[in-house]
Design a protein around this ligand. Structure first.
Ligand code: HEC
Ligand code: HEC
Length: 320
């Protein structure tokens, strides 16, 4: 009995060391040839993306004092994400040389955003869906980041639990871009550009599609909705994301004109505690919103998600 116990302990011990080593393994990925620019038009484009559709501040913005939207705050980080596999914290991405990205080279930031590989060579958590940003847009984002004021603010490391180590070791593979990202993708009110925003900038797809919380893989029809999201500041209250496909029965946008869609975004938040970053999206141009609307029209209809006929009741599933 004793010997079996010791044997088992040795095996478990060896496995956990192995898991730890694999979880912290270095990943190979190239450094993109991307360099910050001082051109004002480039910086302005970067600001439009960072503060707008890409909503970087909603995760990286200073979390004190608490507020529903962290947009427009210094990006000192600290916001916590409590998940099944551990507690993760958004880092400080101001230009501070010690606690922010001042210490990182443009290529290191570009590799992280495009290939999901951190400056230390480890896989980044899949929080940021910007792998397919065009070279020009990635340049614009980094150029704008470089114009921020440095703010010294230490953020604690992530707390990864044993399940998290296993996920990091065996499940988490940085995705990287699909194909070669475009050099340039100029905005236009087309379905093609809408797809670019929905998948690669606004992250609409990750919230409006059911996702397996352990692996991050899609677990329902694309844009079929029905994914549960915690209300801001109240983990026990859940929102269900609407189905954005053009299904005549289940599509949330049935009956919305393109103009109504644009106006809905420019009007901003309706639910005070919805996790959707409405404040960031509110700044999108009408053309970008038209592009999104036109893209959603091209999706395959899905018969899932909260029932559009019971608007208020089904949207917020409150579990006291
Ligand atoms: C949904 C939340 C979320 C959004 C939105 C987000 N980030 Fe992050 N970001 C994170 C988390 C979490 C990490 C830590 C990842 C890790 O350690 O694996 C991170 C890490 C980073 C890092 C690495 C910093 C370092 O010191 O290593 C940079 C740079 C960064 N993000 C930039 C951005 C930019 C630019 C945007 C917008 C285009 C953005 N992030 C949007 C959550 C987010
Ligand atoms: C962090 C998760 C999240 C992200 C990212 C997100 N959504 Fe949502 N969305 C939700 C949730 C939850 C709701 C329901 C609560 C609400 O209306 O705010 C919602 C509601 C909506 C609605 C219905 C609003 C209404 O008044 O009935 C539309 C349209 C929408 N989202 C489109 C988008 C688009 C387009 C994007 C990307 C640019 C996007 N969402 C990104 C979670 C998200």
């Amino acid at each position: 009995m004793g010997r079996v116990g010791i044997g088992a302990a040795v095996v478990v011990g060896a496995l956990s060391v192995f898991t730890y080593v694999r979880a912290t393994r270095k990943i190979e990925a190239p450094y993109p040839n991307i360099h910050a620019s001082r051109d004002l038009a480039v910086i302005e484009r970067g600001q439009y993306l960072v503060e707008g559709a890409a909503h970087c501040g909603e995760c990286h913005g200073a979390k004190d004092p608490p507020a529903t939207s962290l947009r427009g705050r210094p990006m000192t980080g600290g916001k916590e994400f409590h998940t099944l596999i551990g507690t993760f914290r958004a880092p400080n991405i101001t230009t501070d040389a010690e606690t922010g990205i001042g210490r990182l080279k443009d290529e290191e930031i570009a590799r992280l955003i495009r290939y999901g590989v951190k400056p230390n060579g480890q896989a980044a958590l899949p929080f940021m869906p910007y792998a397919n940003l065009s070279d020009e847009d990635l340049t614009a984002v980094i150029s704008y980041l470089r114009t921020q004021k440095p703010v010294r603010s230490e953020v604690a490391d992530h707390d990864v639990n044993p399940l998290g180590r296993i996920v990091q070791a065996y499940v988490l593979e940085p995705k990287g871009p699909t194909g070669t990202p475009k050099k340039s993708f100029p905005p236009a009110p087309t379905a093609e550009y809408g797809e670019y925003i929905a998948h690669n900038i606004g992250n609409c797809v990750m919230c409006h599609t059911k996702v397996d919380m352990k692996t991050g893989a899609f677990a329902g029809p694309t844009f079929g909705g029905g994914a549960e999201h915690e209300a801001v500041g109240n983990p026990r209250k859940k929102f269900l994301s609407p189905n954005l496909t053009p299904d005549p029965r289940w599509g949330w946008l049935q009956g919305w004109s393109e103009d109504a869609f644009v106006q809905r975004f420019h009007a901003g938040r309706a639910h005070t505690d919805s996790p959707m970053p409405w404040e960031s999206f509110q700044g999108m141009t009408a053309d970008d919103l038209r592009a999104l609307y036109r893209y959603f029209k091209t999706l395959s209809p899905a018969q899932t998600g909260p029932d559009p006929r019971e608007h208020q009741v089904v949207l917020t599933a409150s579990n006291p």
